[in-house]
Design a protein. Structure first.
Length: 80
């Protein structure tokens, strides 16, 4: 009897998970159809300014603080 209850509750949980997934997919489709953009807004980065500051001897920790960027972005610009 316990095994049956466990199986039924597992099936109900799986059904609920599938319904949630369908709702999320439908919502994303609706938002795209309305023309809205999803995700984080893109950052406008002045690559030349980053290279200039790095060339002046500023560290990769100081440059992001001055320009409001992340260390990852500065590393990718300086390394590339």
């Amino acid at each position: 009897m316990g095994k049956m209850v466990f199986t039924v509750s597992g099936a109900v949980a799986e059904l609920e998970r599938n319904i949630i997934g369908e709702r999320v997919t439908a919502g994303l489709r609706r938002v795209k159809k309305e023309g809205k953009t999803l995700g984080r807004p893109r950052m406008i980065v002045d690559r030349e300014r980053v290279r200039q500051l790095h060339g002046q001897g500023n560290s990769v920790r100081i440059i992001p603080a001055q320009l409001g960027l992340t260390k990852y972005i500065v590393h990718s610009i300086v390394a590339g």
